[in-house]
Every structure is written in structure tokens, then in C-alpha cells.
Design a protein around this ligand. Sequence first.
Ligand SMILES: [Mg+2]
Length: 379
Amino acid sequence: MTGISIARVEVSTYRVPVTTPVMTSFGAMTNRPAVFVRLTDAEGAFGWGEIFANWPAAGAEHRARLLMEDIADLVIGFRAEAASDLFQHLMTTTHIRALQCGEWGPFAQVIAGLDTALHDLFARRKGVSLAFHLNPDAARAVPAYASGIHIGAAHDIVPRVRQLGYRAMKVKIGFHADTDLTLLRALCAGRHDGERLFADANQAWDLRQALRFVAQAGDLGLGWLEEPIRADMPAGHWAELANSSRIKLAAGENITGFDDFDAAIEAGHLGFIQPDVAKWGGITGCHRIGQAIRAGGRTYCPHFLGGGIGLIASGHLLAAVGSDGLLEVDINTNPLRDAFFPDGMCKEGVFAITDAPGLGFDELPESLARYRTLDLVRH
Ligand SMILES: [Mg+2]
């Protein structure tokens, strides 16, 4: 296939008020945001991507404006021979702009969304799914786990999640050490045969608190413990914790850059590594890292907790990487994700990869329009 020239960039932001905030150990999400981007080439082919927007609270509209006012000039007219060309181009050409404002994260997130959109566009032009575009031997379905369950609400939510067919679940902890542990113990005791349970502290603890937790919870049979300490704690802290813990450790949603992911794989403290396609790297970065995680003998489990486009892209990535990892599926209500799956996200805990071109949909679900807060176009 010959190269393409990008002719048009569109970005929209969305916000859905929620009655029950999504609680993490570091803060609450009082609405569900999303940023969706669409690229169109000179011949009218198009592709969709999603840009991370969960944090900070005002981040969605900022990222959309950042794309249009500080990055789109580097995108319009760009010729790509391969789907990963835009990522390489933007990581280089936006470096000084990102350095000048210290906004590495927002720049990387916008680039990630654009990279996903360009991969979708290339796969659509070929008439194959994104997973197939990345790997002709990609899986046709990937196993998923139910995520976003507050430990305090698990007694209500877990039975419902079970009814939906999930056999693996992750609870959010890191709120009150003793209560968390008591609730977690009860949850583990009520686990059904074959069920896997994971816990995510969202970086809540210092090393001493984390060591205490793994000593107390080591017998619970947890599949992994996610971000017990800050992602940027010294490698020595992670090593000490990993060496003391019977529970395997997981992290990755707050790791960025090939060098840091390579270092995490090399260090060996993490059993499960979880890059986020909308946060850093897009398809280019996450596919390469997913393969490196697998080659390094670790398990690749994509992190994702946003809208429908990023979830589908994460599923295709996991299918293409072909590891024995699980897809993270947020089970909290979110119309910005649910509208993409009128028949449900998973069946019996399995996420299907369709044969339809690209990410498998052409237009955004009409029901999203009422939640739109911003709509910008450059061409
Ligand atoms: Mg997490």
C-alpha cells in the first residue's frame, strides 16, 4: 500500500455526570469524560482514536485544545508510509513544545490517540481488523476481567459481575488499611471455584505500609497486587517489596517511554505489566512494549478505564500481542463506552475481536451527542 497524507483532524470531548463517583485511593471521578479523535486522509479514508482524559478533572477539554492549537499543525499534511510514522514524527517534533510547558503527559496522551487513529485508518484501508493488521495470527477473542470495583461496594457488585459471566475481577483498595483487609478477606473467602481476584491500591502506600499489606494478605490467593506503591518509587523499593511478597506485583499505567518500560521488564519486579493505549505510546508504543513484555517472560495486561474506542483498541492490542494476559473491562456504568457495545462488552468474560475493518465501527454511536462538551476541526 502506498502512503497516505493526513488532511483533516477532528476531536470531540464528552462528559457524563455519574450519581456514584468512581473512587480511587487518590481521588474521586464525579463524571466520566472522554476525548475521541478522528483522522481523515486526502482520499477520504479515516480512523478513530481515544486520548486519555480521566485525570485531572479538567483534562478532557485541555487535551482537545492542545491537539488543535499546539499539535495539529504537525499533523495536517503529514505523509505516512506506515501507521507508526506519525508517532515517531510527533514524539520528535513536539519535544520542545512539551518541554517548554512541562506537559509531557498531555502531549504523550494526544499523540497516543492520534497514533491509534492512524492505525485504525491503515487497517481500514487494508480492509482488515486492527488486530489482524498488527498480527495476521492475532487471537479472535481475548479473556477479560471486571475492573473498577470499590472494595466497599464489592459485596453488591461482585454477584452482578458473576452473573455477567466474568471469572476474574479486580477491586480497588488503599482507602483504610484494616477495613480494606477485612473486606478483602471476606471477598476471597466467598470466591467461587476457578475465580481470580486482583487488588489495586492505586499507589496509595509507602514501602512500609505495602510490606505490611503483603505480609498480612499473602495467604489470600490474590492474582496480583497493583501499584501498592508509587510507580516512580526507586527500583530498590519495588525489588524489596517483590522479594517479600507472595503476591505477584502489577503496574504500568503510570509508566511512560520505551526506556522505562524496558527497565521495568528487565528489573523483573512486576509479574504483570499494564501499559495504557490512550496514555502513552498508542498502538505503536503499546504493541512494541507488549511484545517486549512477552519476550521478557512477563504478562502483558492492557490497562484501560475510559471510553469505547480505547477499550476496543486495547482488546485488539492484546489479541495481536498474543500473551496470556487479560483485558481490563471497567464494569461501572459509562455511556461513553457502553454505547459501542449494544449487546454487552463481553460474553462469559470473553471480549470478541470482530473481522470488521479497523476497530470495527464507522461512526460514533448517536447517543453520545448529548454528552458532547467540545467539537473542534482542523483541515
Ligand atoms: Mg490501576
